[in-house]
Design a binder for this molecule. Structure first.
Ligand SMILES: *[C@@H]1O[C@H](CO)[C@@H](O)[C@H](O)[C@H]1NC(C)=O
Ligand SMILES: *[C@@H]1O[C@H](CO)[C@@H](O)[C@H](O)[C@H]1NC(C)=O
Ligand SMILES: *[C@@H]1O[C@H](CO)[C@@H](O)[C@H](O)[C@H]1NC(C)=O
Length: 429
């Protein structure tokens, strides 16, 4: 059996990493990195997503004291002194919430780094699908992590017609439904194609396509039906409010067409969608996303307005959405970042509202808990770094997460490196 064995990390020297609490809002707040380019008047009409993927060498501003305008300017080629930020502004780390320390252990990295991939846990196996390797390269295969042996292995291909990122995924414990999602690299649009994987035979089957393509739709199985709602429409940006369902059993649709359900109160991609205690929850997410630059032959990504939400919606009677207490802060890119433990939903990482001054994306480094008895949120710990679109799992008392895009460092919450890292911590709720 082809097994990926402890990539880079020797089993006997598995590192125990003790996190240093950032004391984020105090000490670290005094030194904050800002990317200058996006707030300058010279900003291009289309801000490239590439800036989120590679450290920009120029235009880094270091602020020593937030009540001081500017203490030090690293950039040497600034010609116009007016470019300096004229007023008081927030440190880059302002969005971090106080959180207890957790002891994280680094496990073997995934065979490939992936961003905007998807994951489904079935017993002790985490099936990890698709995702960007780089902005110009998307994966078209599945990797499997075994929580018992703590090894990766069992790679197999996805169907050629299946989306490569921003998929809607859900399982009944054997069959994995893979709905719609983006087809191809950069900022191409979504496909309506939908597939089912039988995890016992590793065979794929095509299913009735969604009525319309959706990008990162909220997807769940509830009361015998596959529910798909929200996400973005074909242009990747416009929120979809539509909600469809279809009766399914043992990997097959029992109906000839999708049924139209009560629209979701707020559309948009990148939300956690969870069924627990016979209730369907939709948590966080955003409206808007990067779009393809008009006329670009490679569908080059360009940044557009995004608004991130803390909203929690719940269905318990199939007719009317209920509004529940919001997350401790707006959080998006969490579609596969959740697990259910002891009647709580645990969510790892994400992205929050953009920085009000430099407008950059800000990653989330906290672990959140939504207690389903009391319907209350709490922050139960910090991740080893801030990271979005993590793929989370829970096994034998351990909370695991892998993949996604991490921050630039403790003082800089902007996205940088796409990772395959796997980490775990012993959870005590
Ligand atoms: C920051 O600058 C202000 C204004 O000069 C000063 O009053 C304050 O003590 C400084 N804070 C720190 C932590 O250095
Ligand atoms: C997972 O690992 C355990 C322990 O090594 C092993 O017994 C089991 O067969 C593995 N599962 C798969 C599907 O490989
Ligand atoms: C979940 O609850 C059980 C029973 O009370 C307890 O033994 C276990 O430690 C809890 N799990 C976590 C992760 O806190």
């Amino acid at each position: 059996m082809a097994r990926f064995n402890h990539n880079k990390h020797h089993s006997s020297t598995t590192k125990l990493v003790f996190l240093i609490s950032c004391a984020g809002l105090l000490g670290a707040a005094l030194i904050a990195d800002f990317l200058w380019a996006s707030s300058s008047s010279a900003a291009p009409a289309y801000l490239s997503i590439a800036s989120s993927w590679a450290l920009e060498k120029s235009g880094i501003l270091v602020v020593q004291n937030v009540t001081h305008n500017i203490a030090h300017h690293k950039r040497e080629d600034v010609k116009d002194r007016k470019e300096r930020i004229p007023e008081r502004f927030l440190p880059a780390t302002f969005a971090d919430l106080p959180a207890p320390e957790l002891q994280w252990e680094e496990m073997p990295s995934a065979p490939v780094p992936r961003l905007d991939g998807a994951a489904i846990q079935i017993k002790n196996l985490l099936y990890v699908f698709a995702g960007y390797g780089t902005l110009d390269y998307v994966h078209s295969h599945v990797d499997i992590y075994n929580f018992t042996s703590n090894t990766w292995g069992g790679r197999f291909d996805m169907p050629k017609e299946m989306g490569h990122s921003h998929l809607g995924v859900v399982t009944d414990g054997r069959y994995i439904y893979v709905v719609s999602g983006q087809y191809g690299p950069q900022c191409r649009g979504p496909t309506a194609r939908t597939f089912v994987l039988d995890t016992e035979t590793k065979k794929w089957r095509s299913m009735l396509p969604l009525p319309a393509p959706r990008y990162a739709p909220a997807t769940q199985l509830w009361r015998g039906r596959l529910h798909v709602m929200g996400g973005s429409k074909e242009n990747r940006h416009t929120p979809g409010l539509e909600h469809w369902s279809i009766a399914v059993k043992d990997g097959k649709a029992l109906e000839k067409q999708w049924r139209t359900e009560t629209p979701i109160p707020r559309g948009g991609p990148h939300r956690a969608c969870v069924v627990v205690n016979d209730q369907l929850f939709v948590i966080g997410g955003q409206e808007g996303d990067f779009m393809a630059k008009p006329g670009s032959p490679i569908f080059k990504c360009s940044r557009r307005l995004e608004v991130v939400y803390a909203d929690v919606y719940m269905l318990d009677d199939e007719k009317k959405w209920k509004v529940l207490p919001p997350m401790p802060k707006p959080n998006s890119h969490i579609e596969c970042a959740w697990v259910i433990v002891n009647n709580s939903i645990i969510i790892t990482g994400g992205t929050t509202e953009k920085h009000p001054v430099n407008k950059r994306m800000i990653l989330v480094g906290e672990v959140f808990k939504f207690h389903l008895d009391s319907l209350t949120w709490s922050v139960i710990g910090k991740l080893p770094f801030r990271v979005k679109t993590t793929l989370a799992g829970f096994w034998d008392g351990w909370l695991y997460f892998t993949s996604g895009q991490r921050d630039r460092g403790p003082d800089n919450p902007q996205p940088r490196k796409v990772i395959g890292d796997m980490w775990r911590t012993k959870l005590r709720l």
